[in-house]
Design a protein around this ligand. Structure first.
Ligand code: FES
Length: 299
C-alpha cells in the first residue's frame, strides 16, 4: 500500500504541475476560475444528445452531453468530459453554461469566439480549444436530429499529425477570418507538429483569401471588433483606395467606433462636388463586405 507520504508527494506534484501550466500561459482570471472550478463536469445518464470530438492521441478530446426538453426544444442540462489542457476544460465549462436554456437553433448560433469571449479571451495558441467546443456542440445537435455527423473521409486530411481536414481549415479560416498559417495552427493545431503540411495550409489560405478576395459569400457571420477593424482596414486598402488614387484622390481611415467608420477624403477628393457620392460609395462597399450596419462619416 502506498504510504501517506507518497500520496502527499504525489498531490504536491500534481498541484505544482497545474500551477506551472497556469503560469506558462497568460490566462485571464475567468479561464483560471473555469479551469480550477469547472461547471457541469461529468456524464448525463440517458442524455438526449451526445457529441464527441477530438482524439486523445492528438492531445485533446471532448464529449458533450445534452438533455433536451422535447416540448420546448430547449437544452435543460449540459455536461462534459474532456481530456486536455486548462483551456480545454475552461472552454468546455463555458460552452455548457452558454447553451443551457437555449433552443437548439439558438445554441447553434454560439460560435468559438463566443466561448472565448465568455472566458475573457484565450491565448492565441489555445483558440483550438474553443473550436473543439463548437465542434462538439454541432456533433451533439446533429446526433439529436439524426443527421449524419460529417465524416472525416469526406475531406482530404491535410495535417496528419493532428488529423485535420482541408474542409475544417477552410471553415475555421472563413468563420474566424484567419489569414496566416500561424493562426490556423492556433485554431486547429494543424501545422503545429512536424510542419510538413504548412505549405498546403498556406496554399489553401491563398485560395480562400487571395484568389477570391473578400467576396460577399465569405463575409464572416459574426465579427469580433478586432476582426471587424482588420477587415475594414483591408477593404479600404485593397478595394477603395486604388480606385480613388487612380483619379488623384484618396481616403484616410481616421477611426472606427462600433459600426461608425470615420474617414477623411484626401487629394482631389477634398472639396469635390461629388464628395457625398464618394462617401456613400465607400459606405455601401463596407456594408456589402463587412456589415449592413456600417455607417461612414467624413470628417
Ligand atoms: S502533418 Fe501537419 S504538422 Fe505534421
Amino acid at each position: 500500500m502506498k504510504s501517506m507520504k507518497f500520496l502527499l508527494r504525489q498531490q504536491v506534484n500534481i498541484i505544482r504541475s497545474l500551477c506551472n501550466h497556469l503560469s506558462m500561459w497568460e490566462y485571464t482570471d475567468k479561464v483560471k476560475e473555469a479551469f480550477l472550478h469547472p461547471k457541469n463536469v461529468g456524464e448525463i445518464k440517458n442524455a438526449d444528445a451526445v457529441g464527441e470530438v477530438g482524439s486523445i492521441i492528438c492531445g485533446d478530446a471532448l464529449k458533450l452531453y445534452l438533455k433536451i426538453d422535447k416540448e420546448t426544444g430547449k437544452i435543460t442540462d449540459a455536461k462534459f468530459q474532456t481530456f486536455g489542457c486548462a483551456s480545454a476544460i475552461a472552454s468546455s465549462s463555458a460552452l455548457t453554461e452558454l447553451v443551457k436554456g437555449k433552443t437548439l437553433d439558438e445554441a447553434l448560433a454560439v460560435n468559438n469566439q463566443d466561448i472565448a469571449n465568455v472566458l475573457g479571451g484565450l491565448p492565441d495558441q489555445k483558440m483550438h480549444c474553443s473550436v473543439m467546443g463548437r465542434e462538439a456542440l454541432e456533433a451533439a445537435i446533429a446526433n439529436f436530429r439524426g443527421e449524419p455527423v460529417q465524416k472525416k473521409e469526406e475531406g482530404r486530411v491535410v495535417c496528419k499529425c493532428f488529423d485535420v481536414t482541408e474542409e475544417k481549415i477552410r471553415k475555421v479560416a472563413i468563420e474566424n477570418y484567419l489569414t496566416t498559417v500561424e493562426e490556423i495552427t492556433n485554431f486547429t493545431k494543424a501545422g503545429g507538429g512536424c510542419g510538413e503540411c504548412v505549405p498546403v495550409i498556406a496554399a489553401i489560405l491563398q485560395e480562400v483569401w487571395s484568389l477570391k478576395p473578400v467576396e460577399k459569400t465569405l463575409k464572416p457571420k459574426k465579427l469580433t471588433n478586432l476582426h471587424k477593424i482588420a477587415l475594414i482596414q483591408e477593404i479600404i486598402e485593397a478595394e477603395i483606395r486604388p480606385g480613388l488614387q487612380a483619379d488623384n484622390g484618396d481616403v484616410e481611415l481616421i477611426d472606427i467606433e462600433g459600426n461608425k467608420v470615420f474617414i477623411a477624403l484626401r487629394g482631389m477628393c477634398t472639396g469635390c462636388m461629388m464628395a457625398d457620392v464618394t462617401v456613400r460609395g465607400i459606405q455601401s462597399k463596407l456594408q456589402e463586405l463587412v456589415s449592413e450596419d456600417i455607417v461612414v462619416e467624413a470628417l
